[in-house]
Design a protein around this ligand. Structure first.
Ligand SMILES: [Mn+2]
Length: 274
């Protein structure tokens, strides 16, 4: 076993120059409506990663072959939402100028907006795969225009070619009228554009709360881990330009399994991004 370094995700220890993928922790935890706790997620995911093997039997590849570096957390400030969002955007901008692919460890889902905003300036056209129990497509929520419940609406307004929603099982009638969630691997393969690069945004509550209770908004009726793997395998070989794993609130799960699941999702996504 490699030496345990809980300040870094397992295997993400390349030097900056040779790294192709850069992990950034982003403990933004401001706009949650039910309960917060996502500020503790990046460190918990890193710690949980050390319970995993670097080899993925699903992808049949090892993290050791992936040129990744974990740069630690962004110093986001809870009392300055706008400032925190522009800090995220600026960091993504820097990474893209250095030809690195960003993988963000949330934090709340709102972080996807500044990440995609920066990506949009570098990539003319790409599609987003959105794993989530919730649409997050509201115009406003509790008077807020920028929050976890409006984030995918804000992202869409940036002019994204295509957003594919997987695992959605909660939202308003209006949100459900706005589109149809992907229900199977076949429909993902039908709807995905194989010529376009992908950004992956992964809300941990897409998984069933019996497996991942440590999230801000648990929603019964979710996907199993094996189903997630099937979806991820079906985009294997496609160009992934960035990703985030968000909404883990580790303290609601004293068993630590939610964090281990999040770390395992990150491992698979890292391998897919390489
Ligand atoms: Mn959600």
């Amino acid at each position: 076993m490699a030496s345990l370094n809980e300040s870094q995700f397992i295997g993400a220890d390349r030097d900056y120059r040779s790294a192709r993928i850069v992990l950034i922790g982003c403990p933004l935890d401001v706009t949650s409506s039910f309960r917060g706790g996502t500020r503790f997620a990046p460190s918990s995911i890193r710690k949980a990663s050390w319970t995993l093997e670097t080899y993925s039997p699903y992808m049949r590849r090892d993290l050791k072959e992936v040129a990744a570096l974990d740069l630690g957390d962004l110093p986001v400030i809870p009392t300055d939402l706008e400032g925190s969002l522009s800090l995220i955007e600026k960091r993504v901008e820097e990474l893209l100028s250095d030809s690195k692919k960003p993988l963000f460890l949330g934090g709340e889902h709102l972080i996807t907006y500044p990440i995609v905003k920066a990506l949009k300036r570098h990539f003319e056209k790409f599609q987003i795969i959105h794993f989530d129990a919730h649409w997050d497509m509201r115009d406003t929520y509790e008077g807020m225009e920028l929050c976890h419940a409006t984030v995918m609406n804000k992202v869409k307004s940036l002019g994204i070619a295509k957003i594919l929603h997987i695992g959605i099982r909660s939202g308003t009638e209006e949100e459900f009228r706005s589109g149809t969630p992907i229900q199977s691997i076949d429909s993902l393969k039908e709807q995905i554009d194989f010529d376009l690069p992908i950004y992956v945004t992964f809300d941990m509550d897409v998984l069933d709360p019996s497996l991942v209770p440590g999230v801000t908004t648990p929603e019964p009726g979710g996907l199993t881990f094996d189903e997630i793997i099937e979806y991820l395998l079906s985009i294997s070989g496609m160009e992934i330009i960035g990703a985030d794993v968000v909404e883990l609130a580790p303290d609601y799960d004293t068993s630590f399994v939610s964090s281990i699941c999040a770390a395992k999702v990150v491992r698979e996504v890292l391998i897919l991004m390489e």
